[in-house]
Design a protein around this ligand. Structure first.
Ligand SMILES: Cc1cc2nc3c(=O)[nH]c(=O)nc-3n(C[C@H](O)[C@H](O)[C@H](O)COP(=O)(O)OP(=O)(O)OC[C@H]3O[C@@H](n4cnc5c(N)ncnc54)[C@H](O)[C@@H]3O)c2cc1C
Length: 389
Protein backbone atom coordinates (compact mmCIF):
# COMPACT_ATOMS: atom_id res chain seq x y z
CA UNK A 1 0.00 0.00 0.00
CA UNK A 2 1.22 3.52 -0.82
CA UNK A 3 1.77 6.12 1.90
CA UNK A 4 -1.26 7.62 3.65
CA UNK A 5 -1.62 11.32 4.42
CA UNK A 6 -4.37 12.46 6.78
CA UNK A 7 -5.49 16.10 6.86
CA UNK A 8 -6.69 16.71 10.42
CA UNK A 9 -5.69 15.15 13.72
CA UNK A 10 -9.10 15.15 15.41
CA UNK A 11 -10.95 12.03 16.47
CA UNK A 12 -11.83 11.05 12.88
CA UNK A 13 -8.26 11.36 11.57
CA UNK A 14 -6.57 9.74 14.56
CA UNK A 15 -9.03 6.85 14.67
CA UNK A 16 -8.38 6.22 10.98
CA UNK A 17 -4.60 6.25 11.58
CA UNK A 18 -4.87 3.97 14.61
CA UNK A 19 -7.09 1.43 12.83
CA UNK A 20 -4.97 1.40 9.67
CA UNK A 21 -1.86 0.82 11.79
CA UNK A 22 -3.58 -2.14 13.52
CA UNK A 23 -4.22 -3.69 10.11
CA UNK A 24 -0.96 -2.75 8.43
CA UNK A 25 2.26 -2.47 10.42
CA UNK A 26 4.37 -1.16 7.55
CA UNK A 27 2.49 1.52 5.63
CA UNK A 28 3.73 5.09 6.17
CA UNK A 29 1.09 7.29 7.85
CA UNK A 30 1.43 11.08 8.21
CA UNK A 31 -1.08 13.29 9.98
CA UNK A 32 -1.04 17.05 9.36
CA UNK A 33 -2.71 19.01 12.15
CA UNK A 34 -2.72 22.78 12.43
CA UNK A 35 -3.17 22.75 16.21
CA UNK A 36 -0.20 22.21 18.54
CA UNK A 37 -1.74 19.50 20.72
CA UNK A 38 -1.99 15.73 20.64
CA UNK A 39 -5.55 14.39 20.29
CA UNK A 40 -7.96 15.64 22.94
CA UNK A 41 -11.69 15.31 23.48
CA UNK A 42 -13.71 18.33 22.41
CA UNK A 43 -16.66 16.70 24.21
CA UNK A 44 -14.82 17.03 27.53
CA UNK A 45 -13.93 20.72 27.11
CA UNK A 46 -17.04 22.02 28.92
CA UNK A 47 -16.30 19.64 31.83
CA UNK A 48 -12.76 21.00 32.05
CA UNK A 49 -14.00 24.61 31.88
CA UNK A 50 -16.42 23.91 34.74
CA UNK A 51 -13.55 22.45 36.79
CA UNK A 52 -15.16 19.01 36.86
CA UNK A 53 -12.08 17.34 35.39
CA UNK A 54 -8.43 18.45 35.36
CA UNK A 55 -6.99 19.74 32.08
CA UNK A 56 -4.80 16.67 31.51
CA UNK A 57 -7.86 14.38 31.48
CA UNK A 58 -9.06 16.10 28.30
CA UNK A 59 -6.17 14.58 26.34
CA UNK A 60 -6.74 11.20 24.71
CA UNK A 61 -3.23 10.69 23.30
CA UNK A 62 0.32 11.68 24.20
CA UNK A 63 3.10 12.59 21.73
CA UNK A 64 4.70 9.23 22.62
CA UNK A 65 1.62 7.42 21.35
CA UNK A 66 2.24 8.70 17.80
CA UNK A 67 5.91 7.71 17.94
CA UNK A 68 5.14 4.29 19.43
CA UNK A 69 2.68 3.58 16.63
CA UNK A 70 5.07 4.81 13.96
CA UNK A 71 2.62 7.52 12.94
CA UNK A 72 4.21 10.79 11.88
CA UNK A 73 2.36 13.82 13.25
CA UNK A 74 3.09 17.24 11.77
CA UNK A 75 1.60 19.46 14.49
CA UNK A 76 1.19 23.19 14.04
CA UNK A 77 1.22 22.71 10.27
CA UNK A 78 -1.64 23.59 7.95
CA UNK A 79 -2.48 22.02 4.61
CA UNK A 80 -2.81 24.99 2.28
CA UNK A 81 -3.39 23.33 -1.07
CA UNK A 82 -4.14 19.89 -2.46
CA UNK A 83 -3.03 18.74 -5.89
CA UNK A 84 -4.99 15.63 -6.71
CA UNK A 85 -3.68 14.89 -10.24
CA UNK A 86 -0.08 15.12 -9.03
CA UNK A 87 -0.90 13.57 -5.64
CA UNK A 88 0.63 15.93 -3.13
CA UNK A 89 -0.48 18.39 -0.47
CA UNK A 90 1.27 21.72 0.08
CA UNK A 91 1.79 22.69 3.71
CA UNK A 92 2.17 26.02 5.49
CA UNK A 93 5.89 25.19 5.76
CA UNK A 94 6.06 25.21 1.97
CA UNK A 95 6.58 21.46 1.70
CA UNK A 96 5.01 19.37 -1.03
CA UNK A 97 4.11 16.12 0.63
CA UNK A 98 3.27 13.27 -1.74
CA UNK A 99 0.41 10.92 -0.94
CA UNK A 100 -0.76 7.56 -2.20
CA UNK A 101 -3.99 7.77 -0.21
CA UNK A 102 -5.43 11.03 1.18
CA UNK A 103 -7.95 11.17 4.01
CA UNK A 104 -9.66 14.53 4.54
CA UNK A 105 -10.57 14.76 8.22
CA UNK A 106 -10.43 18.52 8.75
CA UNK A 107 -13.82 19.01 10.44
CA UNK A 108 -15.67 22.25 9.72
CA UNK A 109 -14.73 25.92 9.78
CA UNK A 110 -16.05 27.98 12.64
CA UNK A 111 -18.56 30.77 11.93
CA UNK A 112 -17.32 33.95 13.58
CA UNK A 113 -18.67 37.43 14.24
CA UNK A 114 -17.10 40.80 13.53
CA UNK A 115 -14.80 42.19 16.21
CA UNK A 116 -12.55 40.30 18.54
CA UNK A 117 -11.75 42.26 21.69
CA UNK A 118 -10.74 40.19 24.69
CA UNK A 119 -13.82 38.53 26.16
CA UNK A 120 -15.23 37.27 22.84
CA UNK A 121 -15.09 33.51 23.31
CA UNK A 122 -15.44 30.56 20.91
CA UNK A 123 -15.46 27.11 22.45
CA UNK A 124 -13.93 25.09 19.62
CA UNK A 125 -10.61 23.79 20.95
CA UNK A 126 -8.48 23.46 24.05
CA UNK A 127 -6.86 26.89 23.48
CA UNK A 128 -10.33 28.47 23.53
CA UNK A 129 -11.17 26.50 26.67
CA UNK A 130 -7.97 27.71 28.40
CA UNK A 131 -8.84 31.29 27.50
CA UNK A 132 -12.40 30.87 28.76
CA UNK A 133 -11.13 29.48 32.08
CA UNK A 134 -9.12 32.71 32.49
CA UNK A 135 -12.06 34.93 31.55
CA UNK A 136 -14.34 33.11 33.99
CA UNK A 137 -11.82 33.52 36.81
CA UNK A 138 -11.65 37.27 36.19
CA UNK A 139 -15.44 37.54 36.00
CA UNK A 140 -15.84 35.66 39.28
CA UNK A 141 -13.52 38.17 40.98
CA UNK A 142 -16.02 40.94 40.24
CA UNK A 143 -18.77 41.90 42.73
CA UNK A 144 -21.71 39.45 42.54
CA UNK A 145 -24.12 41.75 40.64
CA UNK A 146 -21.44 42.49 38.07
CA UNK A 147 -20.81 38.93 36.86
CA UNK A 148 -22.46 38.96 33.49
CA UNK A 149 -22.19 36.83 30.38
CA UNK A 150 -23.96 36.97 27.01
CA UNK A 151 -24.40 34.02 24.67
CA UNK A 152 -24.88 34.55 20.94
CA UNK A 153 -26.28 31.48 19.21
CA UNK A 154 -28.97 28.86 19.51
CA UNK A 155 -27.34 25.46 19.00
CA UNK A 156 -25.10 22.99 20.81
CA UNK A 157 -22.21 25.33 21.64
CA UNK A 158 -24.59 28.08 22.77
CA UNK A 159 -26.09 25.48 25.11
CA UNK A 160 -22.63 24.78 26.54
CA UNK A 161 -22.07 28.46 27.34
CA UNK A 162 -25.49 28.74 29.02
CA UNK A 163 -24.70 25.72 31.21
CA UNK A 164 -21.22 27.07 32.01
CA UNK A 165 -22.56 30.48 33.07
CA UNK A 166 -25.24 28.78 35.18
CA UNK A 167 -22.61 26.56 36.79
CA UNK A 168 -20.65 29.60 37.94
CA UNK A 169 -23.67 31.71 38.89
CA UNK A 170 -22.94 34.24 36.14
CA UNK A 171 -26.03 36.04 34.84
CA UNK A 172 -26.81 35.12 31.26
CA UNK A 173 -28.58 36.80 28.36
CA UNK A 174 -29.05 34.66 25.27
CA UNK A 175 -29.22 36.41 21.90
CA UNK A 176 -30.44 34.47 18.84
CA UNK A 177 -30.94 35.14 15.17
CA UNK A 178 -33.98 32.86 14.96
CA UNK A 179 -37.09 32.56 17.06
CA UNK A 180 -35.69 29.92 19.39
CA UNK A 181 -33.19 27.11 19.91
CA UNK A 182 -32.46 25.07 16.74
CA UNK A 183 -35.22 26.90 14.88
CA UNK A 184 -34.52 25.01 11.62
CA UNK A 185 -35.03 21.70 13.44
CA UNK A 186 -37.53 22.09 16.26
CA UNK A 187 -41.26 22.77 16.32
CA UNK A 188 -42.59 25.89 18.01
CA UNK A 189 -43.64 23.75 20.94
CA UNK A 190 -40.19 22.21 21.46
CA UNK A 191 -38.65 25.66 21.24
CA UNK A 192 -41.11 26.96 23.84
CA UNK A 193 -40.24 24.05 26.19
CA UNK A 194 -36.58 25.07 25.99
CA UNK A 195 -37.34 28.79 26.27
CA UNK A 196 -39.38 28.18 29.42
CA UNK A 197 -36.60 26.10 30.93
CA UNK A 198 -34.11 28.84 30.14
CA UNK A 199 -36.26 31.57 31.70
CA UNK A 200 -37.07 29.41 34.76
CA UNK A 201 -33.31 28.99 35.18
CA UNK A 202 -32.92 32.76 35.44
CA UNK A 203 -31.51 33.54 31.97
CA UNK A 204 -33.01 36.09 29.57
CA UNK A 205 -33.83 35.40 25.93
CA UNK A 206 -33.63 37.83 22.98
CA UNK A 207 -34.92 36.22 19.77
CA UNK A 208 -35.03 37.31 16.09
CA UNK A 209 -31.99 39.49 16.64
CA UNK A 210 -29.32 40.60 14.19
CA UNK A 211 -25.69 39.99 15.10
CA UNK A 212 -25.08 42.05 18.26
CA UNK A 213 -22.60 44.91 18.14
CA UNK A 214 -19.74 44.37 20.53
CA UNK A 215 -19.13 47.20 22.99
CA UNK A 216 -15.64 47.85 24.31
CA UNK A 217 -12.45 48.30 22.33
CA UNK A 218 -9.74 46.16 23.89
CA UNK A 219 -12.08 44.26 26.23
CA UNK A 220 -15.75 43.41 25.88
CA UNK A 221 -17.91 45.61 28.09
CA UNK A 222 -21.24 44.58 26.62
CA UNK A 223 -23.29 44.11 23.47
CA UNK A 224 -25.80 46.31 21.69
CA UNK A 225 -28.90 44.68 20.19
CA UNK A 226 -30.70 45.77 17.02
CA UNK A 227 -33.38 47.42 19.20
CA UNK A 228 -30.66 49.68 20.59
CA UNK A 229 -30.76 48.01 24.01
CA UNK A 230 -27.36 47.49 25.61
CA UNK A 231 -26.44 44.51 27.79
CA UNK A 232 -23.33 44.78 29.95
CA UNK A 233 -21.09 41.69 30.07
CA UNK A 234 -17.44 40.69 30.37
CA UNK A 235 -17.77 37.48 28.33
CA UNK A 236 -19.56 37.02 25.00
CA UNK A 237 -19.80 33.31 24.22
CA UNK A 238 -20.36 32.80 20.50
CA UNK A 239 -21.82 29.52 19.20
CA UNK A 240 -23.19 30.07 15.70
CA UNK A 241 -22.17 26.85 14.02
CA UNK A 242 -19.71 25.71 11.40
CA UNK A 243 -19.46 25.77 7.64
CA UNK A 244 -17.52 23.92 4.97
CA UNK A 245 -14.42 25.65 3.60
CA UNK A 246 -15.82 26.03 0.08
CA UNK A 247 -12.93 27.71 -1.73
CA UNK A 248 -10.23 25.48 -0.29
CA UNK A 249 -11.83 22.24 -1.52
CA UNK A 250 -13.30 23.66 -4.76
CA UNK A 251 -9.83 24.82 -5.75
CA UNK A 252 -8.59 21.25 -5.76
CA UNK A 253 -11.60 19.88 -7.59
CA UNK A 254 -13.33 18.22 -4.65
CA UNK A 255 -17.15 18.26 -4.68
CA UNK A 256 -18.41 20.30 -1.79
CA UNK A 257 -21.82 21.35 -0.58
CA UNK A 258 -22.42 21.55 3.18
CA UNK A 259 -19.42 19.23 3.50
CA UNK A 260 -17.16 17.19 1.23
CA UNK A 261 -19.41 14.93 -0.81
CA UNK A 262 -18.62 11.25 -0.31
CA UNK A 263 -20.39 7.97 -0.93
CA UNK A 264 -21.51 5.47 1.71
CA UNK A 265 -17.93 4.16 1.42
CA UNK A 266 -16.65 7.64 2.40
CA UNK A 267 -15.00 7.91 -1.03
CA UNK A 268 -14.85 11.20 -2.95
CA UNK A 269 -15.17 11.13 -6.73
CA UNK A 270 -11.35 10.83 -6.85
CA UNK A 271 -9.93 7.36 -6.34
CA UNK A 272 -7.91 7.07 -3.12
CA UNK A 273 -9.21 10.37 -1.68
CA UNK A 274 -11.63 9.95 1.23
CA UNK A 275 -13.44 12.31 3.63
CA UNK A 276 -14.62 11.53 7.16
CA UNK A 277 -15.99 13.19 10.28
CA UNK A 278 -17.62 16.60 10.73
CA UNK A 279 -16.37 17.78 7.35
CA UNK A 280 -17.90 14.94 5.32
CA UNK A 281 -21.31 15.03 3.68
CA UNK A 282 -21.76 11.31 3.26
CA UNK A 283 -24.50 9.13 1.83
CA UNK A 284 -26.25 7.76 4.90
CA UNK A 285 -27.83 4.46 3.90
CA UNK A 286 -30.18 4.58 6.90
CA UNK A 287 -31.84 7.76 5.73
CA UNK A 288 -31.08 7.48 1.99
CA UNK A 289 -29.53 10.89 1.41
CA UNK A 290 -26.29 12.82 1.88
CA UNK A 291 -25.98 14.31 5.38
CA UNK A 292 -23.45 16.09 7.60
CA UNK A 293 -23.47 15.03 11.25
CA UNK A 294 -21.32 17.00 13.68
CA UNK A 295 -21.01 14.47 16.47
CA UNK A 296 -18.22 12.50 18.09
CA UNK A 297 -19.68 9.03 17.55
CA UNK A 298 -20.07 9.62 13.83
CA UNK A 299 -16.53 11.02 13.40
CA UNK A 300 -14.91 8.19 15.34
CA UNK A 301 -16.91 5.47 13.57
CA UNK A 302 -16.10 6.93 10.16
CA UNK A 303 -12.40 6.80 11.09
CA UNK A 304 -12.81 3.08 11.71
CA UNK A 305 -14.86 2.53 8.57
CA UNK A 306 -12.44 4.30 6.22
CA UNK A 307 -9.54 2.29 7.66
CA UNK A 308 -11.38 -0.91 6.75
CA UNK A 309 -12.03 0.25 3.20
CA UNK A 310 -8.44 1.37 2.70
CA UNK A 311 -7.16 -1.94 4.05
CA UNK A 312 -9.27 -3.97 1.65
CA UNK A 313 -12.38 -4.68 3.75
CA UNK A 314 -14.63 -2.30 1.77
CA UNK A 315 -18.10 -2.03 3.30
CA UNK A 316 -20.71 0.75 3.40
CA UNK A 317 -20.63 2.95 6.48
CA UNK A 318 -23.66 2.27 8.60
CA UNK A 319 -24.45 3.99 11.88
CA UNK A 320 -27.34 5.85 13.44
CA UNK A 321 -25.48 8.48 15.42
CA UNK A 322 -26.75 10.93 17.98
CA UNK A 323 -25.76 14.03 19.95
CA UNK A 324 -26.80 14.34 23.59
CA UNK A 325 -26.75 17.62 25.45
CA UNK A 326 -28.68 19.35 28.22
CA UNK A 327 -30.15 22.66 29.28
CA UNK A 328 -29.51 22.82 33.02
CA UNK A 329 -31.02 19.47 34.19
CA UNK A 330 -33.15 18.93 31.07
CA UNK A 331 -31.81 16.27 28.70
CA UNK A 332 -31.88 16.76 24.92
CA UNK A 333 -30.96 14.15 22.30
CA UNK A 334 -30.78 14.52 18.52
CA UNK A 335 -30.80 11.20 16.63
CA UNK A 336 -30.18 10.69 12.91
CA UNK A 337 -31.42 13.10 10.24
CA UNK A 338 -33.39 15.94 11.83
CA UNK A 339 -33.46 18.44 8.97
CA UNK A 340 -37.00 19.83 9.07
CA UNK A 341 -36.95 20.87 5.40
CA UNK A 342 -35.89 17.39 4.24
CA UNK A 343 -38.65 15.58 6.16
CA UNK A 344 -42.05 14.97 4.59
CA UNK A 345 -43.79 14.28 7.87
CA UNK A 346 -43.00 15.22 11.46
CA UNK A 347 -44.92 13.89 14.42
CA UNK A 348 -44.77 15.23 17.93
CA UNK A 349 -45.61 13.77 21.32
CA UNK A 350 -46.01 16.47 23.91
CA UNK A 351 -46.03 16.21 27.67
CA UNK A 352 -47.17 19.51 29.14
CA UNK A 353 -44.39 22.06 28.95
CA UNK A 354 -41.63 19.81 30.19
CA UNK A 355 -41.02 17.26 27.44
CA UNK A 356 -41.42 16.60 23.77
CA UNK A 357 -40.49 13.92 21.24
CA UNK A 358 -40.42 14.87 17.57
CA UNK A 359 -40.03 12.15 14.95
CA UNK A 360 -38.94 12.98 11.39
CA UNK A 361 -40.21 10.78 8.50
CA UNK A 362 -39.35 10.54 4.81
CA UNK A 363 -41.02 8.23 2.32
CA UNK A 364 -42.90 6.57 5.16
CA UNK A 365 -39.74 5.74 7.15
CA UNK A 366 -38.49 7.29 10.36
CA UNK A 367 -35.15 9.03 9.68
CA UNK A 368 -34.56 11.10 12.80
CA UNK A 369 -35.86 12.29 16.15
CA UNK A 370 -35.34 14.93 18.82
CA UNK A 371 -36.09 14.01 22.42
CA UNK A 372 -36.40 16.77 25.01
CA UNK A 373 -36.97 16.18 28.71
CA UNK A 374 -37.83 12.48 28.56
CA UNK A 375 -35.12 10.67 26.58
CA UNK A 376 -36.07 7.14 27.60
CA UNK A 377 -37.09 6.32 24.00
CA UNK A 378 -33.57 6.90 22.65
CA UNK A 379 -32.54 3.26 22.10
CA UNK A 380 -35.89 2.23 20.58
CA UNK A 381 -35.95 5.15 18.15
CA UNK A 382 -32.32 4.50 17.16
CA UNK A 383 -33.23 0.87 16.36
CA UNK A 384 -36.27 2.00 14.35
CA UNK A 385 -34.15 4.39 12.26
CA UNK A 386 -31.67 1.56 11.66
CA UNK A 387 -34.56 -0.63 10.52
CA UNK A 388 -33.97 -3.12 13.32
CA UNK A 389 -37.49 -2.69 14.75
C1 LIG B 1 -17.08 22.27 22.97
C2 LIG B 1 -17.58 21.11 22.17
C3 LIG B 1 -18.39 20.17 22.78
C4 LIG B 1 -18.86 19.08 22.06
N1 LIG B 1 -19.67 18.18 22.68
C5 LIG B 1 -20.10 17.10 22.00
C6 LIG B 1 -20.93 16.12 22.64
O1 LIG B 1 -21.27 16.24 23.82
N2 LIG B 1 -21.29 15.03 21.91
C7 LIG B 1 -20.93 14.87 20.60
O2 LIG B 1 -21.28 13.85 20.00
N3 LIG B 1 -20.17 15.78 19.97
C8 LIG B 1 -19.75 16.89 20.64
N4 LIG B 1 -18.97 17.82 19.99
C9 LIG B 1 -18.68 17.63 18.56
C10 LIG B 1 -17.50 16.69 18.38
O3 LIG B 1 -16.44 17.10 19.19
C11 LIG B 1 -17.11 16.67 16.91
O4 LIG B 1 -18.19 16.12 16.18
C12 LIG B 1 -15.85 15.88 16.64
O5 LIG B 1 -14.77 16.38 17.37
C13 LIG B 1 -15.53 15.90 15.15
O6 LIG B 1 -14.31 15.26 14.94
P1 LIG B 1 -13.51 15.46 13.57
O7 LIG B 1 -12.25 14.69 13.73
O8 LIG B 1 -14.39 15.17 12.42
O9 LIG B 1 -13.23 17.01 13.48
P2 LIG B 1 -12.35 17.93 14.44
O10 LIG B 1 -12.39 17.48 15.85
O11 LIG B 1 -12.80 19.32 14.14
O12 LIG B 1 -10.87 17.73 13.90
C14 LIG B 1 -10.45 18.25 12.67
C15 LIG B 1 -9.03 18.72 12.83
O13 LIG B 1 -8.53 19.11 11.55
C16 LIG B 1 -7.67 20.22 11.72
N5 LIG B 1 -7.59 20.91 10.42
C17 LIG B 1 -8.60 21.49 9.73
N6 LIG B 1 -8.17 22.00 8.57
C18 LIG B 1 -6.83 21.75 8.53
C19 LIG B 1 -5.83 22.05 7.58
N7 LIG B 1 -6.10 22.67 6.42
N8 LIG B 1 -4.57 21.66 7.86
C20 LIG B 1 -4.27 21.00 9.02
N9 LIG B 1 -5.20 20.70 9.96
C21 LIG B 1 -6.46 21.06 9.71
C22 LIG B 1 -8.34 21.03 12.80
O14 LIG B 1 -7.39 21.83 13.48
C23 LIG B 1 -8.92 19.95 13.71
O15 LIG B 1 -8.11 19.66 14.82
C24 LIG B 1 -18.50 18.92 20.70
C25 LIG B 1 -17.67 19.87 20.08
C26 LIG B 1 -17.21 20.96 20.81
C27 LIG B 1 -16.32 21.96 20.13
Amino acid sequence: MENIVILGGGIAGITAADEIRKKNAGVAITIIEQEHHPLYSRVLLPHYVKGKIPREKVFLKTWEWYANHNIEIMAGVRVEAIDIPNRFVRTSEGRELPFGVLILAGGGELNVIGGEPRGVSYLRGIDDADELVGLLKETLMRPEGDRRGVVYGSGFIAMEYINIFKHFGISCDVVMRGKGFWSSVLSDHSQSVLAKKLLDGGALLHTNEAEPTILGEREVSGVKLSSGAEIACSILGVGIGMHADQSFYRDCGIDIDRGIIVSEYLETAHPLVYAIGDGAQFFDTNVARHVVYGNWMNAQSQGRAVAKTICGERAPFNLVSSYATHLFDMHIVFIGDVDRKAADEITQTVEADSASVEEFYRNGRIVGAVLIGDISGRATITARIAGRE
